[in-house]
Design a protein around this ligand. Structure first.
Ligand code: ATP
Length: 366
């Protein structure tokens, strides 16, 4: 049973005014797993979620819960018949109902059973003391925990969450995310969470589905999507990136940082070497001595510090590179904050460099 996806979306298409805002999207989520639909504003995430919930209907494709079709060209079960829990950014508890009444809202069974379940859920979200309070007496984080208790009360098989934590301040958010995740895992629901924040997706997801222009461009475990982006835009969605341009000759790209493999790319083609700021290293051993052409881990290149910012746990340093005057950004431990104008030798972590076809509109940095 466990290998039947709890929620499955197959080849969903949704058009508005002739434009496919969801363009053949497929997802499959096992019980107890969290998939984050991640992408920029307007890429079609919410529309996909609304179709899974049954509040919108697709033009093509199917939605299945536990292997049974809940929506296709012929059938369209309403949300309340899909065993689905919903949690949105504007989580709006019912203001005229107490905390207990809010949580009990979707519950069936006898009064005693409902009371027992409400008590148990409020204990799970550590809010038993607020059982008789009104929503307005609670902080944003507490209201969100009540909303979670309300959503999981009927034990839905699928939880659909749309930016559920974005109304909370940063310090609260991490704790509530972790707590929510733990409770959802215990419940064994399949979770589809929509977010435009990569950090949130990496913190919450078993699988990230990266969405762009109505399509899923890459899906996989957070580690893989982050470390093996399939194109430059996918890399740039997770962090700032540096781009170093090179031209391919004999499957190699010559750059000021040495040669990079570019297998299968025709001679003369321009490529971009993409690297995140945390994978650029300052080569402290080399300072003052100049480059060694036999360096095993590649060739260093020199840049002059143009700007250095202390960011708390790290420093962000911008270098104006000697080789072409472009800017490269590196993050370094914050114990190090070099002075503007200092020349330093930089190395790239070659195992963290990605070679992609050159993007015409971008040059040097993104
Ligand atoms: P955000 O993160 O900003 O919510 P999103 O990725 O969730 O963005 P959607 O809300 O799914 O994006 O919207 C995708 C596109 O579809 C947008 O261009 C939006 O304007 C359009 N759209 C959504 N709903 C409708 C509708 N009912 N009628 C017309 N266009 C719509």
């Amino acid at each position: 049973m466990d290998d039947i996806p709890r929620l499955e979306i197959r080849n969903i298409v949704r058009r508005f005014g002739g434009r496919a805002v969801v363009d053949c999207v497929s997802l499959s989520i096992l019980p107890g797993n969290v998939t984050c639909l991640l992408g920029p504003s307007g890429c079609g995430k919410t529309t996909t979620l609304r179709i899974a919930a049954g509040v919108d209907r697709q033009d093509a494709g199917e939605v299945l819960v536990d292997g049974a079709i809940v929506s296709d060209a012929h059938l369209h079960l309403p949300p309340e018949r899909r065993s689905i829990g919903l949690m949105f950014q504007d989580f709006a508890l019912f203001p005229h109902l107490s905390v207990a009444q809010n949580v009990a809202f979707g519950l069936k069974g006898s009064k005693t059973e409902r009371r027992r379940r409400v008590g148990e859920l409020l204990e799970r979200v550590r809010l038993s003391r607020f059982i008789d309070a009104w929503p307005h007496e609670l902080s944003g984080g507490e209201q969100q925990r009540v909303a979670l208790a309300r959503a999981i009360a009927p034990q839905p098989r699928v939880m659909l969450m749309d930016e559920p934590f974005s109304g909370l301040d940063n310090r609260l958010r991490d704790g509530i995310r972790d707590e929510t995740l733990e409770i959802l895992k215990e419940e064994g629901a399949a979770v589809l969470l929509v977010t435009h924040e990569p950090d949130e997706a990496m913190r919450m997801a078993d699988e990230i589905a990266l969405m762009r222009d109505g399509r899923i461009v890459q899906a996989g475990a957070p580690y893989n999507v982050y470390n093996a982006p399939r194109d430059q835009a996918a890399a740039a969605f997770f962090s700032d990136i540096n781009v170093i341009r090179g031209k391919v000759e004999g499957a190699l790209t010559e750059t000021p940082f040495g040669e990079f493999l570019a297998p299968g790319v025709p001679d003369g083609t321009e490529v971009d070497i993409v690297i995140r700021p945390q994978h650029i290293r300052i080569d402290f051993d080399r300072q003052g001595r100049g480059p060694s052409p036999t360096a095993r881990d590649g060739t260093p290149a020199r840049g002059v510090v143009e700007r250095a910012r202390f960011m708390g746990s790290e420093s962000l340093v911008e270098f104006r590179m000697d080789f072409d005057g472009s800017i490269l950004r590196a993050t370094v431990p914050s114990v190090f904050l070099p002075k503007v104008g200092t020349p330093l030798w930089l190395m790239l972590r070659r195992d963290r460099c990605h070679v992609f076809p050159a993007r015409r509109e971008e040059r040097a940095t993104s």
